[in-house]
Design a protein around this ligand. Structure first.
Ligand code: CP
Length: 333
């Protein structure tokens, strides 16, 4: 488990200006409260753009966005493309199978090539943890991490948090329960760091083999994080229930005894969601394995905000593209 960078712990001061200074977005652990507020305020403005009869602007005309995906994606890739086009950017989409990666080109060479042909912002998904951090060191383009191995998926966490705020208001003091394969989940990690900065109470729940030891070993630093294997305890008084995709390949690796036992103990269904607050919302980053980690009824039920998460993904990514394309590299005089 990676440690949080020092900048994640630094609180913004009242005099800190609401401007975007960062070159890259590698993880939510790098963001402070002012960053989150600026992203969420900008996202509100982007929702207003999305609601116009013609949901497009030319704000990013002249900006080139390159998406580079070494892993499959539906939501993240499509929403970055839609976001870039909605703001008038030129968008180039590359997947590893179509690029010269298949001929042995390294990640660093690919990134440098994309910069040389004019990419201002590079969205990267890669199976290796740390790939976006590496890429960011070899390009002047802004790098947005669209998921790297087990490490981080910051834009997913941002859209998750925005969706919670939209439905429940402020996050401070809210009980957020994350259920499932937390050990292997970059979505869970990015959500945990962000939720801690925003003052939420976090409960991590799953089989012992799928819970990261980091959170039990660093209790003094992480007083707002509770870890349990008991779903009933976890869901009591929950405001938000965030389910994670059950990575079925883990069962083949004997990390969980059987799918049926997992379903019996950890599935979010009509019986288990009744243990949370009646006002609780149910979330899932997708792709959903209905019938495994979550029942079809709950995934499509009145407490589910899964569709809203996907929709908000476009506005969050529009906001980030806007902030990076218009970022200030120096404080104004
Ligand atoms: N949540 C998520 O990252 O989905 P995709 O893999 O479809 O992008």
């Amino acid at each position: 488990m990676p440690t949080r960078s020092k900048s994640a712990k630094s609180e913004p001061t009242k005099s800190e200006p609401a401007i975007w200074l960062r070159k890259d977005l590698l993880d939510t652990a790098d963001l402070n409260l002012a960053d989150f507020n600026l992203i969420f305020e900008t996202t509100e403005a982007m929702i207003e753009v999305r609601e116009r009869p013609v949901a497009r602007t030319t704000t990013l005309r002249g900006t080139t966005l390159a998406t580079l995906f070494y892993e499959n994606s539906t939501r993240t890739r499509a929403s970055f493309e839609i976001a870039g086009k909605a703001l008038g950017a030129d968008v180039v989409n590359l997947s590893a199978s179509q690029s010269s990666v298949g001929k042995g080109e390294s990640l660093i060479d690919t990134v440098r090539t994309l910069e040389a042909i004019g990419a201002d912002i590079l969205v990267l998904r890669h199976p290796l943890s740390g790939a976006s951090t590496l890429a960011s060191k070899y390009t002047n383009a802004s790098v947005i991490n669209a998921g790297d191995g087990m490490h981080a998926h910051p834009t997913q966490a941002l859209l998750d948090l925005f969706t919670i705020k939209q439905h429940l208001g402020e996050l401070s003091g809210r009980k957020i329960v994350i259920v499932g394969d937390i050990l292997h989940s970059r979505v869970a990690r990015s959500n945990i760091w962000a939720l801690l900065t925003l003052g939420a109470q976090i409960t991590l729940c799953g089989p012992a083999t799928l819970l990261p030891k980091y959170f039990t070993q660093h209790k003094s630093d992480l007083q707002n994080v509770t870890v349990t294997t008991n779903l009933k305890t976890a869901l009591s008084n929950a405001d938000v229930v965030m389910t994670l995709r059950l990575q079925k390949e883990r069962q083949r690796n004997s990390i969980i005894p059987s799918l049926s036992e997992y379903i019996r103990n950890y599935q979010i269904n009509n019986d288990t969601i009744a243990l949370a607050k009646s006002t609780a919302i149910v979330m899932h980053p997708g792709p959903v394995n209905a019938g495994f980690e979550i029942s079809q009824e709950v995934a499509e039920g009145k407490q589910s905000v899964i569709s809203a998460q996907i929709t908000n993904g476009v506005a969050i990514r529009m906001a980030l593209l806007y902030l990076f394309a218009t970022r200030t590299t120096d404080f104004p005089a």
